[in-house]
Design a binder for this molecule. Structure first.
Ligand code: GLN
Length: 546
């Protein structure tokens, strides 16, 4: 549509956690809905090469792309909003920038030169920002700069933005600054001073904000918008209010009402039109007007932090809207789930999802949860570690292999029904070495999987080291648990089901990463439907008993 790619930089001021990712994704949605091919990129100022080695308590969920990049969870929002896959190029960290500069230095590419933050690190940042733009696939690239302006680690990024803005020229690159307008309840006033200071800090680095997006709990009155415009060198229409929303999926419409897309397109000298949000709004209306409710238990060990299971929670929102029900997710800590309290904690649920995870903590609770739902015909979805726990539970309690375990938890187990992949046995580095990204899986006839996906071969994303041990496959299948999805090249088991059960599916991959607003994941849609049926059936049973 355009000849040159246009760049939008989103910076943040005053504090972290203002929701830059949602603002970036919402803006991208509005631009996409006007026909602009748009993508988003996140630059993270920490020194880890990727978030793959970070504890979920530190950084929330690690999101995995088709090409196997372990990335920031904001990329999940980008995919869910835009329905366009992202890749390694969409997430770059300081660690990765330094790693490539140092590798170049070792190869002798800077012959004789002293390697420095400016220009070498900033050049590498500029190069990474433009990779997507130069691919020719996009009219607009939105680059979200992680962290807060003024932080030491953000400085090279802000400097790279300054240079790029200058080099790309007017109308080709703009800066949106996201800031906070705090409300002092004692004084009953909204305060602009932190924003003024933050814009000033940005200006000290030579970067002028073109647009201010102001996070606020209360409506911004006109005079306050004028004041911000005056003090911060932006036009009044470029002061955009971002008021707290009840759901992140409202933000594109809120930004539309504020005219963010119009101001952006005008500054980029691009035409604006009325975005076509028909499908989006249909989803929103289903999401907000459910005709029923189901309660699904999410059994995990990082449940204190909602961000740890971000994609799963969002996938339930998409699948709920598709089924026109509200999915109430009840988080249950696997560490405190035991044989004695399983019934108390699980008996009211209409479905149970056992979450992905690593390490030993909480796994016995997960196994108890599987045992309970298997015995009570409650719909079950096990994801990654959750699927592995289902296999262990079945081996222990149906096959009678009391010692069955994963070698991740017990290296010496006499029945390693879940074991390290052969290719993993020689790997010692932890970062970026798991089985990652999209792999083919072939579905077996007469299975829930085949019925759900309505196709023979699927591609789903992975993030794990351990696998179903095929030495036990025959035995497990003979006992009644079937392998209904297999990797066509390696024969690795991707899906297990118990046909006798109501709806019992364990998947070695992560379906949640691929669920989007316009493409709710079919497995989640079917799981929620099964939960709804289960609820209806159990209600009629209890009515019959009364
Ligand atoms: N810890 C398990 C493995 O590495 C499961 C991983 C996961 O749930 N993502 O195989």
């Amino acid at each position: 549509m355009t000849t040159t790619t246009k760049y939008i930089f989103v910076t943040g001021g005053v504090t972290s956690s203002l929701g830059k990712g949602i603002i970036a994704a919402s803006l991208a949605k509005l631009l996409q809905a006007q026909g602009y091919r748009t993508t988003i990129q996140k630059l993270d100022p920490y020194i880890n090469v990727d978030p793959g080695t970070l504890n979920p308590y530190e950084h929330g969920e690690c999101y995995v792309t088709d090409d196997g990049a372990e990335t920031d969870l904001d990329l999940g929002h980008y995919e869910r909003f835009l329905n366009v896959p992202t890749s390694q190029s969409n997430n770059v960290t300081t660690g990765r920038i330094y790693q490539s500069v140092i590798e170049k230095e070792r190869r002798g590419e800077f012959l004789g030169k002293t390697v420095q933050v400016i220009p070498h690190i900033t050049d590498e940042i500029k190069h990474r920002v433009q990779i997507l733009g130069k691919s020719g696939d996009y009219d607009i690239v939105i680059t979200e700069i992680g962290g807060t302006v003024g932080d030491i680690e953000s400085l090279p990024y802000v400097e790279a933005v300054r240079q790029l803005k200058w080099e790309l020229g007017e109308n080709n690159a703009i800066v949106i600054h996201l800031t906070l307008i705090p409300y002092l309840s004692a004084a009953g006033e909204l305060k602009t001073k932190p924003t003024q200071h933050s814009v000033k800090t940005l200006m000290e680095s030579g970067v002028m904000a073109d647009i201010l997006v102001c996070r606020t709990e209360h409506e911004l009155p006109e005079d306050l918008r004028d004041k911000l415009a005056k003090f911060c060198n932006v036009r009044p229409e470029a002061v955009i209010q971002s008021i707290d929303a009840s759901t992140i999926y409202d933000v594109p419409n809120l930004m539309l009402d504020e005219g963010l897309d119009k101001v952006v397109l005008k500054k980029l000298a691009l035409d604006s039109s009325q975005p076509d949000l028909t499908q989006w709004n249909q989803f929103l209306s289903r999401h907000k007007n459910p005709s029923g409710e189901v309660t699904i238990g999410l059994i995990g060990k990082y449940v204190e932090l909602q961000d740890s299971y971000k994609s799963i929670l969002e996938a339930f929102i998409h699948a709920g809207a598709e089924n026109e029900v509200k999915v109430k997710v009840e988080s249950i800590h696997s560490e405190y789930l035991t044989a004695r309290n399983a019934s108390k904690k699980l008996k009211h649920l209409h479905g149970v999802l056992v979450a992905p995870g690593f390490g030993e903590r909480g796994i016995e609770g997960k196994i108890e949860a599987v045992k309970y739902v298997r015995g009570h015909n409650i719909p079950f979805l096990g994801i990654c570690l959750g699927m592995q726990m289902a296999v262990i539970e079945y081996s222990r309690n149906v096959l009678g292999l009391k010692e069955a375990n994963s070698t991740e938890m017990d290296e010496q187990t006499s029945h390693p029904v879940i074991d390290l992949m052969e290719s993993q046995k020689t790997i010692t580095d932890k970062g970026g070495t798991m089985r990652l990204g999209a792999w083919d899986c072939e579905l077996v006839d007469d299975s829930i999987a085949k019925d759900v996906y309505q196709t023979t071969t699927i591609k789903e994303r992975h993030r794990h080291r351990y696998e179903f041990n095929n030495d036990y496959k025959q035995q497990i299948e003979d006992a009644g648990m079937k392998a209904t999805g297999l990797n066509p090249e390696t024969g690795l088991v991707e899906i297990v089901e118990i046909p006798e059960h109501n709806w019992f599916v364990g998947v070695q991959y992560h379906p949640e990463y691929k669920s989007t607003v316009s493409n709710p994941h079919p497995l989640f849609v079917s799981f929620v439907k099964a939960a709804l049926n289960f609820k209806t059936d159990s209600n009629s049973v209890s009515m019959a008993q009364n």
